[in-house]
Design a protein around this ligand. Structure first.
Ligand code: ADP
Ligand code: MG
Length: 237
């Protein structure tokens, strides 16, 4: 892997994250370092409480480290203000969550257009067409004008993935995106991530899926808030 920061999609260096708890503190991530190159498809695995969500939130700039540095998509996140982080995130990161987090009162296509309205990167006149194109890309073009609650779980997650792609970010971060799906639907959603990775997108997915090693190019294992294993899996990255 190229050691140049400019070529790393993600460079986490000696990061510690603690949360205050009562009179003391909880260590959520403990002296963690991790480099991910552009184009990689990486799974983060580990038991509940091992620090996976904390790590993903640090990568997304949703949370800040207590110490250490986080570089993502050519930005030193620690140097950005809150509004700078929000702008950076809107252009560089697509987020996918376990429970989809679609807005229930907006149609599917309106949900996909929302990040475009925030980032103002896609011209207003192009937003609906782009959203429809993305819904086609994830296989639910025919659901565009429905409300999220009328879709199946798998369809809602596809809508959320289309929303994550709204501003064409180089990086997709997903926290247990198949955790609320049956195994057949979960496989189809992971296949969609693999397709998006084959198109050149860098993807980091936190997952409990058993056969994830056959899909991703690399598996990083967390135990007790530290990386204990970091393996190339042999799947095409
Ligand atoms: P995972 O996603 O692997 O289940 P988390 O990153 O959510 O793990 O949590 C790692 C550790 O940090 C756990 O011990 C958890 O209880 C603690 N933790 C996470 N977020 C907070 C928070 N906001 N406040 C206090 N403790 C937290
Ligand atoms: Mg978690």
């Amino acid at each position: 892997m190229n050691a140049d920061t400019a070529d790393a999609a993600i460079r986490v260096s000696h990061v510690v994250k603690t949360y205050p708890l009562g009179a003391g503190e909880v260590v959520a991530v403990d002296h963690l370092s991790l480099d991910i190159a552009y184009g990689e498809f990486v799974a983060i695995v580990g038991r509940s409480g091992s620090g996976k969500t904390t790590l993903l939130n640090l990568l997304a700039g949703i949370d800040r480290p207590t110490s250490g540095t986080v570089h993502v998509a050519r930005a030193d996140l620690g140097s950005l203000s809150e509004s700078g982080l929000a702008t950076w995130r809107g252009h560089n990161v697509g987020l996918v969550f376990q429970f989809f987090q679609l807005l229930p009162t907006l149609t599917v296509v309106e949900n996909v257009m929302l990040p475009m309205d925030f980032a103002r990167k896609v011209p207003v006149a192009d937003r609906r067409d782009r959203a429809l194109h993305l819904l086609d890309r994830v296989g639910i073009g025919d659901q565009a004008d429905k409300l999220p609650a009328t879709l199946s779980g798998g369809q809602q997650q596809r809508a959320a993935i289309a929303r994550a792609l709204a501003n064409d970010p180089p990086l997709l971060l997903a926290d247990e995106p198949t955790g609320n799906l049956d195994s057949h639907t979960a496989d189809a959603v992971l296949k969609l991530f693999a397709d998006l990775n084959a198109d050149g997108r860098t993807i980091v997915v936190v997952t409990h899926e058993r056969d994830i090693r056959s899909i991703v190019g690399r598996e990083v294992t967390l135990v007790d808030r530290r990386i204990v294993d970091d393996e190339r899996t042999g799947a095409s990255a």
